[in-house]
Design a protein around this ligand. Structure first.
Ligand code: ATP
Ligand code: MG
Length: 141
């Protein structure tokens, strides 16, 4: 996965970018999605799910209150949102470490900053920046 920075001009463009991006991903990968509220992290996951072969990507919604959703795409996609996380135990209790170490799935973690050292060291980071109402900068590192 190469480093790149792109600017999208609409939510649909972010979805299209994520769909293409998904084509390059190897199972086992963990993606940390960082950036402020409304910067496009969940929108990106929707495109990712579609790119990974999920039949109904409209089911992709923020797992803010439940911590995690599982999408049964061709490559399973685990979607975490740590925004409301109170303690690392909450993540440990749902089996976070087993999920992110699943070699057959792709994991993405919104607000990964809050998961601290539970994030595997080889995770990749994508940072989302709000430029204006409809433009987002997406930086893959
Ligand atoms: N270029 C763009 N890319 C992505 N989303 C965009 C873009 N322009 C506008 N939007 C809008 O910004 C919002 C992004 O919301 P989204 O839920 O994806 O953000 P988020 O980063 O997951 O926020 P949260 O931290 O609350 O989970 C949506 O309402 C979307 O329609
Ligand atoms: Mg979100």
């Amino acid at each position: 996965m190469k480093k790149q920075t792109i600017i999208t001009n609409s939510a649909q463009e972010t979805i299209e970018f994520a769909k293409i991006f998904a084509g390059d991903l190897k199972p086992g990968l963990v993606l940390c999605l960082e950036g402020q509220l409304g910067s496009g992290k969940t929108t990106f996951v929707k495109g990712l799910a579609e790119g990974l072969g999920l039949k109904h990507p409209e089911q992709v919604k923020s797992p803010t209150f439940v911590l995690m959703h599982i999408y049964k795409a061709k490559t399973p996609l685990y979607h975490f949102d740590c925004y409301r996380l109170n303690s690392r135990e909450e993540l440990e209790n749902i089996g976070f470490q087993d999920f992110v170490n699943d070699p057959h799935a792709i994991s993405c973690v919104e607000w990964a900053e809050k998961a601290g050292d539970l994030i595997p060291e080889d995770a990749r980071c994508i940072h989302f920046e709000i430029l204006d109402a409809t433009r987002r900068q997406i930086a893959i590192s």
